[in-house]
Design a protein around this ligand. Structure first.
Ligand code: SAH
Length: 365
């Protein structure tokens, strides 16, 4: 989006976003290019702080907003794990970035039918979204980060489309070796520039000799969260589901994207006014989780996992109860499961404490 479009935007939004762009411009003029991770982290913090971006009238739609079946099957998975691990109490339900609280509400309702009634801890940075979550999940506790969640009970943790919003850094192979990809200025426009500092040490040995122009993307923030989740599971007990779009192996190239009003936009156009995301690197997360002493139960596609958990039977039951909605239910099921929609791009990663059982839906691993 161009600056003149931003000026034509509704009300406070344009003022706020203009401000963040100008803060970045001043910073870059005064101290030189900033890292992409800083640009992305501050843009998203501003983006989420003052709005509910979810749903048809917002910027994007997530799986729990498509159908109650998504949260319900997650709730059943958690209840099944908890029962087979011995029904320990108290137990915590922890969700990272709960959005509107829809997933938590659906999962807790489904899990409650099996006697699972956990204490609810939500990790949410946005004040606007906390208010929405409070309506969906009354009685929950809120935290700014995972560090604030109690450590004295097993934890059933869910993170859906949370890691993709965490900042990434990009390294680029130049003629002078590897450099960090930074955000600089050309006039008033943000542009990518190569940092001055040699970064060869930060690049895995097998990639060091890659061709000029090769780009590697990493997410130190996601790695840190995976490390913390695994450490807690190893010490507190419990299990986790991390669901996001991403790939199973380390790749080259940028996956950074910005979405606004259900369309891709230029990530530099209006910092703080669009959702900036990147693919999650599940292979790296799996290595971190195992190294920290938790079990990687498996990483499968969202389509496979939902089918294994019985989404088709659940869709039939719902349709039988509400025949007028049968078509909507089928469309929602297809959106979540079909390979051309969310079914293949999105992955479900299961993690558990060493003494906890295997997880449903990860059998093939
Ligand atoms: N899980 C929800 C929402 C996904 S949007 C769903 O599936 O519908 C991303 C969520 O993560 C939002 O709730 C956002 O406010 C939160 N979030 C993003 N970055 C965060 C951060 N650094 N710390 C805490 N919450 C964050």
């Amino acid at each position: 989006m161009s600056g003149s479009d931003a000026a034509g935007d509704a009300g406070g939004d344009a003022g706020e976003t203009g401000e963040l762009g100008d803060i970045f411009r001043r910073l870059i003029r005064n101290t030189g290019p900033i890292s992409l991770a800083q640009f992305m982290g501050e843009s998203n913090a501003r983006y989420y702080a003052g709005r509910d971006p979810l749903g048809a009238a917002g910027d994007f739609v997530t799986a729990p907003e498509i159908s109650q079946m998504f949260g319900e099957l997650i709730g059943l998975w958690l209840a099944d794990m908890w029962i087979r691990a011995g029904r320990e109490e108290p137990v915590l339900y922890v969700e990272l970035g709960p959005g509107r609280g829809t997933l938590a509400r659906d999962a807790l309702r489904a899990a409650g039918r099996y006697g699972l009634a956990p204490e609810v801890h939500l990790v949410e940075g946005s004040g606007a979204l906390r208010e929405v979550q409070e309506q969906a999940v009354p009685g929950a506790f809120w935290h700014a980060d995972l560090a604030g969640v109690p450590q004295d009970a097993p934890m059933l943790l869910v993170a859906n489309e949370f890691l993709d919003a965490l900042p990434v850094r990009q390294l680029v192979r130049t003629r002078d070796g590897w450099r960090e990809r930074m955000v600089g200025l050309e006039g008033d426009d943000f542009v990518f520039v190569a940092g001055r500092q040699p970064m060869d040490e930060a690049v895995p040995a097998e990639w060091r000799g890659a061709a000029v122009g090769t780009l590697l993307e990493t997410s130190p923030a996601s790695a840190a969260i995976a490390y913390e989740i695994a450490g807690r599971l190893a010490e507190q007990g419990g299990a986790a589901l991390v669901i996001d779009y991403g790939h199973g192996e380390m790749r080259t190239g940028s996956t950074l994207q910005a979405v606004r009003a259900h369309a891709k936009v230029d990530p530099f156009a209006a910092p703080g006014a669009a959702d900036l995301t990147a693919h999650v690197d599940f292979a790296t997360l799996a290595r971190i989780v195992q190294a920290r002493g938790a079990r990687h139960l498996g990483t499968v596609t969202q389509g496979e996992w939902l089918r294994a958990l019985g989404i088709d039977a659940r869709a039939q039951t719902l349709s039988a109860r509400a025949p007028h909605y049968a078509q909507e239910i089928k469309a929602a099921r297809d959106r979540l499961v079909d390979e051309a929609q969310m079914g293949r791009l999105f992955k479900v990663m299961g993690i558990a404490a060493p003494a906890w059982p295997d997880g449903a839906g990860f059998d093939a691993q």
